[in-house]
Ligand binder design. Structure first.
Ligand code: ZN
Length: 146
């Protein structure tokens, strides 16, 4: 299987069968909504952090296949990490879609599939929308603790 096929497979699988989709609306979840007017993507995320570890993420929204599949991959990639590691992975993802070599391919896992987005600058915002939303949620949870 060549890389392009692999990328397409990850994106289509996560678009058709998204993981962690649907909001829980629990009191112990932190909610963030973001949209991307240039494509019409609209994304809601929910974050649960316990003792500094991300124990759950849910997402719900609508938009293009890149945006919706990326939210599924984001949730699957970040659950189980502590917030510091999660922020490092998020940053690595941003750098990767902009054309940098990822620092930690293993931690990115399936998110590597979005490397091809670097060739389509207009789609970078689609790929990163849910990651921006969860980053904002993490930062808000961190601020609340101070
Ligand atoms: Zn989009």
């Amino acid at each position: 299987m060549d890389l392009k096929t692999l990328y397409r497979t990850v994106i289509m699988d996560n678009y058709k069968n998204p993981k962690n989709k649907g909001l829980v609306k629990g009191d112990d979840y932190h909610f963030v909504h973001l949209n991307n007017p240039s494509c019409g993507d609209d994304m809601n995320v929910e974050l649960k952090v316990e003792n500094g570890v991300i124990t759950d993420i849910h997402h719900d929204g609508h938009g293009c296949s890149i945006c919706c599949s990326s939210a599924s991959v984001m949730s699957d990639t970040l659950i189980g990490h502590n917030v510091e590691d999660a922020l490092a992975i998020i940053n690595d993802f941003y750098e990767m879609v902009k054309g940098e070599e990822p620092k930690n391919e293993e931690a990115l896992g399936e998110a590597i599939a979005y490397m091809g987005v670097r060739d389509f600058p207009a789609r970078i915002k689609c790929a990163t929308l849910s990651w921006k939303a969860i980053e904002e949620a993490i930062n808000e949870v961190q601020d609340e603790k101070k």
